[in-house]
Every structure is written in C-alpha cells, then in structure tokens.
Design a protein around this ligand. Structure first.
Ligand code: NAG
Ligand code: NAG
Ligand code: NAG
Ligand code: NAG
Ligand code: NAG
Length: 193
C-alpha cells in the first residue's frame, strides 16, 4: 500500500497539477467504470472534433460510438489539460478536484492509456498506433469502454464518481478540442449502479 500510494503521489507531483484533495475520501485499488462520453458544449473553431457518444450495449458494456475528425494532425505540439470534478455527497459536481496539465499531448496520452491505446486505435480504424495521427475522420462501429481499464494510470485512486473534461490546446494556448467523460472508481468487488 505504501509503495502504491507513493506511486500515486509521484504521478501527481510529476504532472503539473493543482488539486484540493479531500483526504477523508477512501483510497484504494479500483475498477474504472465509464458511464458516459460526449463532446464539450462549446466547440467553436475546434480542429480536433470529438463527434462521439456513448451507447449501452449490454447491462455491463457501454460503447463509444461516432467519429473523431482531425483537421490538423494530432501530435506533440498540442498540450492536454484534464479537469476532474467530483460528485458531491449532496449531489452536484464539485469543480477543480484535480487538474492535470501536460505538454506533448499525443505521446503522453499514448503512454498513459497503455494497452487501451492500441484497442482504441484499432476500433477507430486509425492507420497508425504511433504519434502523430494524420488528418482524417476516423469512424468506429463501437469501442467497448471496459477495454479502457487496461491502461497505465495509477492503480489506486480515491473512490467516487467524477466528471473528466479533457481539453487540447495548441501552441498559442487556444482550445482546439474538448471531450467529457463521466466515470466511477469503484471497489473491485462492487458492481456498477
Ligand atoms: C474563430 O476563428 C475566427 C477566424 O479565425 C476568429 O475570428 C474567432 O474569434 C474565433 N472564435 C473563437 C471563439 O476563438
Ligand atoms: C461524424 O459525426 C458527425 C456528428 O454526429 C456527423 O455529422 C458526421 O456526418 C460524421 N462523419 C462521418 C464521416 O461519419
Ligand atoms: C458482463 O456480464 C456477462 C454476463 O453476466 C459476463 O459474462 C461478463 O464477464 C461481464 N463482463 C464484464 C466486463 O464485467
Ligand atoms: C474545471 O472545470 C470546472 C467545472 O467545469 C470549471 O468551473 C473550472 O473553471 C475548470 N478549471 C480549469 C482550470 O479549467
Ligand atoms: C512515453 O514512453 C516512452 C517509453 O517509455 C518514453 O521514451 C517517452 O519519453 C514517453 N513520452 C512522454 C511524452 O512521456
């Protein structure tokens, strides 16, 4: 547990992050359940277009469907900004729970998503599993979101429900792409609600 917690702290200190932890939240090994994925509300001038949505296939499998359109290559000139809100005990999202900022969006994403990067690339028929991803529209018939559990993220986290906003920024720090997911970190023996 000490080593795992250390790994988590290391991850947080490596990423240029800002967070206001609630240490009363229990921490531990988890299963990641993704409830929903959708594009952000405001998408003016976006060159990375997440035309995606989630669809329940069976009681325990949710798929990502739709397409992703890159009008510029998806490469390491982009930066990524990940903003977690947590679901409060009395309802409603509590913003700024955790913010991760990283340069080299493509490589960082590829490293953090681990094996799920490869299943994702395959599901969207992207012709390369390396960075950069060329300009095109990539369509999926369905990506099983449970596959996303096979990643390189920290293996322990604070249990709970989160809204995760992932924004991509160009070298001028202008937002070029944005998507949202609603996720749950549940105890390994729990079943999703
Ligand atoms: C979108 O691009 C146009 C043309 O470059 C620019 O005039 C406008 O301010 C941009 N809008 C936003 C919200 O960035
Ligand atoms: C991508 O998704 C958008 C929004 O659903 C849709 O309008 C567009 O036709 C799709 N493009 C392709 C090539 O499927
Ligand atoms: C989903 O449910 C089916 C049938 O109950 C089960 O066989 C399968 O292992 C479950 N899959 C996951 C990812 O939990
Ligand atoms: C994070 O998201 C919350 C809720 O959407 C928003 O109020 C806040 O300004 C965002 N913070 C940053 C740094 O983007
Ligand atoms: C991704 O991982 C590879 C191999 O471990 C490493 O060489 C590279 O520097 C990493 N890239 C980033 C942006 O962290």
């Amino acid at each position: 547990m000490i080593i795992k917690t250390f790994g988590l702290i290391l991850f947080f200190s490596l990423s240029e992050s800002k967070n206001n932890f609630r240490p009363n939240l229990p921490l531990g090994e988890y299963r990641l359940v993704i409830d929903k994925v959708y594009p952000c509300g405001s998408r003016i001038n976006h060159s990375v277009q997440f035309n995606i949505y989630s669809s329940k296939k069976t009681s325990n499998i949710t798929e990502m469907k739709g397409n992703i359109t890159f009008l510029t290559p998806f490469n390491d000139n982009l930066a990524v900004d990940i903003n977690f809100s947590s679901w409060g005990s009395t309802g409603g999202w509590i913003p700024n729970y955790y913010i991760f900022r990283g340069k080299k969006a493509c490589s960082n994403l590829r490293n953090l998503t681990g094996n799920s990067w490869f299943t994702f690339v395959k599901a969207f028929n992207i012709p390369t599993d390396r960075c950069p991803i060329p300009v095109d529209t990539y369509i999926t018939s369905g990506y099983d979101l449970t596959k996303f559990e096979d990643n390189n993220l920290p293996k322990v986290f604070f249990y709970g429900k989160y809204k995760v906003v992932v924004r991509y920024k160009n070298v001028e720090n202008k937002e070029v792409g944005c998507m949202v997911s609603e996720i749950n970190f549940i105890r390994p023996w729990e079943t999703p609600i």
